[in-house]
Design a protein around this ligand. Structure first.
Ligand SMILES: NC(=O)c1ccc[n+]([C@@H]2O[C@H](COP(=O)([O-])OP(=O)(O)OC[C@H]3O[C@@H](n4cnc5c(N)ncnc54)[C@H](OP(=O)(O)O)[C@@H]3O)[C@@H](O)[C@H]2O)c1
Length: 309
């Protein structure tokens, strides 16, 4: 288990992403995925009020998680994270939006508290202090335990942390941003802020939307709403070179490429727990295996070299 920043939140090194619930996973399958995840030792579930509104016009992910926790009676054993700021009709991080959104999320999740509440995307129209002040009130009311920032630029994250310090408001304890072997932009600026401020990184798109599972190959058709975005890496020399080395290391270790991709990510400085999603229990197994796989310094270096842009 690993700690989120300097908090008392102790999490499994792979977080379960749930934007597939109600989208590419129906309710029964979503329950089976959550059961398999927790039976394998997982405790860190990542959702958002907007998941997957684009497909169902409702917040099916939070609803499924709420029903599943009620059935299993396991709320206390989970570190539950959800987000505010991107749902139709509740966009942005103004005090009024956050107030409404948090009540809706708590109701759908059937819980009295959220362990980690993410600002889903930066809101340049609301002063950072107003957002943090609202989060402060939610923490004092016991509705939220900690807050995190998702999709923030390095300067805005640093600014939010400075304001929190100066005005005795809650500090973001973690950052959620895209990061994987073929998208390493996080290392440019954000990683320094996360390290300096002793935050945790819980990156998403750890599998580059499925590309790093190795199932995308020239001439192969993958039936997924992610296929177009995932397959684009095949069209670059960088993507093919990275995948080739990933598949080679996976073959040597007799594990799936997805396992190596997430183990590489989990081994990067500042990364506490990559978030990844599975549309069924079979897909989940290689993701869970990443928690056990320790890559050697030589394997890490080979992957690092191959994936340099
Ligand atoms: N903060 C944000 O703005 C933000 C944005 C996006 C995502 N997220 C979070 O991060 C989570 C993960 O993101 P993501 O799911 O989009 O990206 P990802 O982890 O890079 O890709 C996961 C997808 O890869 C495929 N896959 C997974 N395991 C596989 C396996 N063993 N074999 C073959 N294919 C496999 C599945 O899609 P197919 O079966 O369809 O191929 C799965 O849905 C989300 O659920 C969400 O919680 C956050």
């Amino acid at each position: 288990m690993r700690s989120i920043g300097t908090t008392d939140l102790s999490v499994f090194p792979i977080a379960l992403g749930t934007n597939v619930f109600g989208w590419t996973a129906d309710k029964e399958t979503s329950f089976a995925v959550m059961d398999a995840y927790t039976e394998g030792g997982g405790n860190f579930i990542d959702t958002a009020d907007v998941y997957p509104y684009w497909a169902t016009r409702e917040s099916t992910s939070e609803v499924f998680i709420g029903e599943w926790m009620a059935k299993r009676g396991n709320r206390d054993s989970l570190v539950l994270a959800t987000k505010v700021g991107m749902l139709e009709g509740h966009k942005g991080l103004s005090p009024a939006t956050i107030r409404t959104a948090v009540e809706n999320s708590l109701r759908r999740l059937g819980t009295e508290w959220i362990d980690l509440y993410w600002a889903h995307v930066d809101d340049h129209d609301t002063p950072l202090a107003e957002t943090l002040d609202t989060f402060d009130a939610l923490i004092r009311e016991g509705k939220v335990r900690h807050v995190g920032a998702s999709n923030y630029a390095a300067d805005r994250l640093a600014e939010a942390l400075r304001i929190a310090e100066e005005e005795a408001l809650p500090r973001y304890v973690a950052l959620q941003q895209p990061y994987n072997l073929v998208e390493r932009g996080y290392e440019d600026e954000l990683r320094d802020v996360v390290a300096r401020e002793r935050l945790s990184s819980t990156p998403y798109f750890g599998l580059a939307r499925g590309f790093l599972t190795g199932k995308y190959a020239p001439g192969t058709v993958v039936d997924s709403p992610r296929a177009e975005q995932a397959a684009k890496y095949l069209h670059t020399e960088h993507g093919r070179r990275t995948l080739e080395e990933l598949v080679r290391v996976a073959g040597e270790r007799e594990v799936q490429p997805a396992t190596v991709a997430l183990a590489w990510l989990a081994a990067q400085p500042t990364v506490t727990a990559p978030i990844s999603s599975a549309r069924d229990v079979a897909q989940l197994a290689p993701l869970m295996a990443a928690a056990e796989l320790v890559l050697s310094p030589d394997e890490l270096r080979r992957l690092d070299d191959a994936s340099q842009a």
